[in-house]
Design a protein around this ligand. Structure first.
Ligand SMILES: Cc1cc2nc3c(=O)[nH]c(=O)nc-3n(C[C@H](O)[C@H](O)[C@H](O)COP(=O)(O)OP(=O)(O)OC[C@H]3O[C@@H](n4cnc5c(N)ncnc54)[C@H](O)[C@@H]3O)c2cc1C
Length: 247
């Protein structure tokens, strides 16, 4: 059985695009309907492959935005000089087909039985797998407390803004805006640093389980910061999206 499942995950398949929803000026969520999907875990990703008419192919990884049991979705941020993301965010339409393979990854995954408290740190589109984790927590009725610190360039760039505001009691959400802040902004400003983490994060004594995702430099600063606060390194899980990042 396992062999069949593994083979299934490693095989490319053409998924129909069920919908494309705009999240921000540069970000869309793409819901996909793959013919064979073994199910996914919160925090996993999938591979997307584009093939040009001349046969040239480009592959990229995208975190799965939806919770286990929900239709498969990815959320993609457009990078102006990018090869793949401008197509996914600007040209792909409902009804098109997209080649994918997955789900992939077993490390950056949260299962409710692992408990918490959860310390989630997102830089830009790094919110995507953390959104899957938060939705999963909600869907299974987990009462594990969660704290999310989300670094974004501006308020307009915050992805899933309405949804994140609706998690209610057990989830504390803080934002830091690095480039511009709306008038009357009472949240944090500037890039994450040790002082901000010390103010926002669960204390190390609570033995939190941390998930950090975003551009490489964001992830490295955040992980070093949590370990500096006394978090146990083996409970700090990281996912690097690449790039130097402006978050
Ligand atoms: C495990 C994993 C999960 C990912 N999940 C997501 C996701 O959920 N949503 C999402 O939008 N992206 C995600 N990414 C990033 C994604 O795979 C692509 O790297 C991204 O879409 C850029 O591809 P591109 O072809 O448009 O740009 P490219 O043509 O590959 O690169 C264009 C330029 O942008 C730089 N660059 C590449 N990646 C980034 C980045 N992340 N930030 C800033 N600059 C970058 C490159 O160095 C280059 O200069 C994930 C990456 C990994 C490894």
């Amino acid at each position: 059985m396992e062999t069949t499942a593994v083979r299934g995950r490693l095989t490319w398949q053409a998924a129909t695009v069920a919908s494309v929803t705009r999240e921000t000026a540069s970000v869309v969520t793409i819901e996909l309907d793959p013919p064979h999907w073994p199910g996914h875990r919160a925090g996993q990703h999938l591979d997307v492959r584009l093939t040009a008419e001349d046969g040239y192919t480009a592959e990229r990884e995208y975190s799965i935005a939806s919770a286990p049991g929900e239709p498969v979705a990815i959320t993609v941020e457009r990078l102006e000089d990018g090869e793949v993301s401008p197509y996914l965010t600007g040209e792909l339409l409902a009804g098109d087909e997209l080649e994918l393979r997955g789900p992939v990854g077993g490390y950056f995954v949260w299962e409710p039985g692992e408990g918490g408290p959860l310390m989630l740190l997102a830089g830009g589109s790094g919110i995507v797998p953390l959104r899957s984790i938060l939705r999963h927590r909600l869907r299974v009725g987990s009462d594990v407390p969660a704290c999310l610190l989300y670094s974004s360039r501006s308020w307009e760039d915050v992805i899933y803004r309405d949804e994140l505001g609706q998690h209610g009691d057990g989830v504390r959400v803080s934002y830091t805006l690095t480039r511009s802040q709306p008038a009357g902004w009472t949240g944090h400003s500037g890039r994450i640093n040790q002082a901000l983490l010390a103010e926002v994060a669960w204390p190390a004594e609570a033995n939190p389980l941390a998930y950090i995702c975003g551009p490489t430099s964001f992830v490295e600063t955040a992980a070093a910061g949590l370990v500096g606060l006394g978090y146990s390194p083996e409970r700090v899980r990281t996912e690097r999206f690449g790039g130097t990042g402006g978050h």
